[in-house]
Design a binder for this molecule. Structure first.
Ligand SMILES: [Fe+2]
Ligand SMILES: [Fe+2]
Length: 481
């Protein structure tokens, strides 16, 4: 078969020749009904009978891989798609640097690989669960469609990880695949594995922040796993990244449109001080200081996903050739890191200092730094909108010591500028830096569904271009109630 094209003749679309891989096909078909049950229970609340203008992958060729059409979400063709195998690919880092990439799981790295695949897999259904109520308050049909596109693709990412578990990890892989359908975001007894994936996504500004900041953590993790010496994992992640780009586009443009609308409304009303929250809110738009608070929250929660700055797990996974660095093959060094160091931000005698650590144990810090750089691009875009509107206000990323639950700064309090403060000051000031219950109530008051084609809620600007170049009044979702 042509690896570029996806076989849709089978129940589970794929480009991995499933019809000749009876055992795995059987295992996946056995898992399928549980997945559909999960989707019905925990996927989008409502709209399951609506026709949604969704893209489905028909190829893994990055130049043309998606086809758009109206689909009912439960009929979406969740498939298994791997990027084509690169001939003679070698392991690009670690102790096995330069050796042929593995097509099967090396026995000694089995446990580590399984753990990484399960952790990645767990985030995919988690975000669908977190976002399941948002359809009810979408600011437009365009946004509603984007939410559902992200949701079905996160569902497909779960399939991607479950395929690896079922194909390469035998019985314990099958058990892990079942567990992925059993855990629930925010559940007291069996929560999802990572903190940020148990937080609520109560409103659409949170959704945009989540897709900008938390999906971007996903991008960094997928990039590192796309470097893996375990070739099937690498190929899976490479294709997932193609889809992931849209999720971050939804976040970045979503926040842009909120900022744009707020600035327009302030100008039209002659408001000169963006910090005059009461006046701005009276216009029915979200004030910039509240946007900054939401940003502080989602960025700091997402930083926690990178784990401890100094980590022997990260060093072991790199040495083993399992998880590389962001854009590993483009880095010019020995790709072994036995003798190099990397500067890590640490708490030394009550001060935040840069300390050189062995580069191997500092890999989480390095990936987090790459992430921060990637995040900063959004600030430039959003701040340009604000300055073009004539306001001096600037959105900024808070210091990495701010509001952390994991790593070097978990036991201290810091301001968004990175100044260490005591508990009392933190408790007094945190409402200035993180969304308060009142902020949440205000945003919630704006969350009214808009379901006429081409119409947008007052608090958000229309997008510059439509999905698949559709015109402004295109009916992205045909709502069936
Ligand atoms: Fe994903
Ligand atoms: Fe995503």
């Amino acid at each position: 078969m042509n690896i570029m094209n996806v076989d849709y003749s089978t129940k589970i679309p794929n480009n991995v020749n499933l019809s000749e891989d009876r055992q795995v096909l059987k295992a996946l078909e056995g898992w399928h009904p549980g997945y559909i049950d999960w989707w019905n229970d925990m996927g989008p609340d409502g709209f399951q009978q609506s026709l949604v203008y969704l893209r489905t992958a028909y190829s893994v060729d990055p130049r043309g891989w998606a086809k758009f059409d109206y689909v009912k979400m439960p009929d979406y063709r969740w498939g298994i798609l791997l990027a084509p195998q690169e001939e003679n690919r070698v392991i690009p880092f670690g102790e096995n640097y330069g050796k042929p990439a593995w097509q099967e799981v090396p026995g000694e790295h089995r446990a580590t690989l399984r753990r990484l695949i399960v952790i990645q897999g767990d985030t995919e259904p988690a975000s669908v669960e977190q976002q399941r109520h948002l359809g009810k308050t979408a600011p437009s049909l365009y946004d509603l469609r984007n939410l559902f596109q992200v949701n079905v693709e996160e569902g497909r990412h779960l399939w991607a990880m479950v395929y690896l578990l079922q194909k390469y990890f035998g019985r314990d892989g099958r058990e892990e695949a079942d567990e992925l359908l059993r855990r629930r975001s925010g559940d007291a007894d069996s929560p999802r594995m990572l903190g940020a994936f148990n937080e609520a996504t109560p409103d659409w500004l949170s959704f945009f922040m989540f897709t900008y900041f938390t999906d971007r953590d996903g991008k960094m993790q997928l990039h590192s796993l796309a470097q893996s010496g375990f070739d099937p994992l690498s190929r899976t992640c490479r294709f997932m990244l193609t889809e992931e780009a849209h999720h971050m586009f939804v976040g970045e443009t979503g926040i842009s449109r909120v900022v744009q609308r707020t600035c327009e409304a302030m100008r039209a009303a002659g408001i000169s001080d963006p910090a005059d929250i009461a006046k701005v809110r009276a216009l029915g738009v979200i004030d910039l200081p509240t946007i900054q608070k939401k940003l502080n929250l989602h960025y700091s929660l997402s930083l926690d996903l990178f784990g401890s700055e100094v980590s022997t797990n990260a060093a072991n996974a790199f040495n083993a050739g399992i998880k590389g660095r962001y854009r590993e093959t483009q880095i010019e060094d020995d790709h072994r890191l036995q003798n190099s160091t990397y500067p890590v931000l640490k708490l030394v005698n009550g001060e935040i200092k840069r300390v050189d650590e062995p580069a191997l144990t500092a890999l989480n810090m390095r990936l987090r730094d790459d992430y921060t750089q990637d995040c900063a691009k959004g600030m430039l875009r959003w701040n340009k909108i604000i300055s073009l509107a004539g306001y001096a206000f600037r959105l900024t990323l808070p210091n990495v010591a701010f509001h952390r639950q994991i790593g070097e700064f978990k036991d201290i309090n810091a301001t968004p500028e990175g100044v260490l403060i005591d508990d009392a000051t933190w408790n007094k000031r945190k409402v200035d830096w993180l969304p308060s219950a009142q902020d949440g109530d205000f945003i919630a008051s704006l969350m009214k569904p808009v379901t006429d084609a081409g119409v947008y809620a007052n608090w958000i600007s229309p997008p510059k271009v439509g999905i698949d170049n559709k015109p402004g009044d295109f009916e992205y979702v045909k709502i069936e109630t």
